[in-house]
Design a protein around this ligand. Sequence first.
Ligand SMILES: N[C@@H](CCC[C@H](N)C(=O)O)C(=O)O
Length: 317
Amino acid sequence: MSTTDHTMEPTDLQSAVGRLNYAKGHGTGNDFILVSDPENQHDLGQRQVAALCDRHRGIGGDGLIRAVPSDTLPEGRKILEIRPDAYWFMDYRNADGTISEMCGNGVRVFVHFLLKEQLVDLPVGGQLPVGTRAGLKVVTRLEDGYAVDMGPWEFVHAQAAQENGLDSIVSTAKLDKARGALSVSVGNPHTVVAVATAAELDNLDLSTAPEVEPTTRNGTNVEYVLVEGAVLDEDRAVLRMRVHERGVGETLSCGTGACAAVIATRHWAQGNAAGQWTVQVPGGELRVGFAIAESGQEHVILSGPAVLVSRGEVLGS
Ligand SMILES: N[C@@H](CCC[C@H](N)C(=O)O)C(=O)O
């Protein structure tokens, strides 16, 4: 016979984390807990982040972002060698506490948080260099949000991408058969699948992780895109997208995923597409464009809103 144990689990939020001030924010519904840590005193572990991001027993969030000075982390110190003014570093964790290299919605919300905390001064049109595990990102403040230069992108399997436009197979609940997909890195890994109809996109069951073959050691984020006819419109290309995020599950939006979705779709359209794209996600709209950097490399530029919704304090036990 089993008995019920009513003792507190070690994952109980207060004992796991202690007292902590935080803010909550989102970018097109992709929501984050934000912690300002100018003295690098809250290097939260995986279990602590997962407890904070728990939507029932914690604060809830798709991820947690800690604002720390770049010189306090090895990855940040590397960035300071090329951009000594990249004072702030975005220490990003997924909801399950795992580290990701980059978060496109998160970096806009991060800069908005720094601004609201008066940790930076950034007028409309001003630019802020930010350290991330995917390297330096430069964020421009717009009238209606932020634009992020996400840097250069790459196909994960360049030869397969060029030869077939596909490099992997994705099986998804409620999608009748496995689909070919294309893997794109924008600092973090993505696998993009095209669906054929709005009904296919709407009916996908992303409550369980899609199966991606071949598997990769670090896993991947999976984006489903509906292209319809819009890709060939010279002025305005529109995609619809849903995403299953590594370390999170289905989210209302994914900024790096939107960039990967556009890169894959443009490739499938053989470059015959507009330079500016709108990506419609369940949580709103993102804009994706391209620019040639001084190095001659193509960079992908992500724009969208950033919102802070609340501030609070985790009470220590
Ligand atoms: N939502 C983010 C991406 C967050 C990281 C991702 N789950 C990963 O593990 O790479 C975005 O807006 O880009």
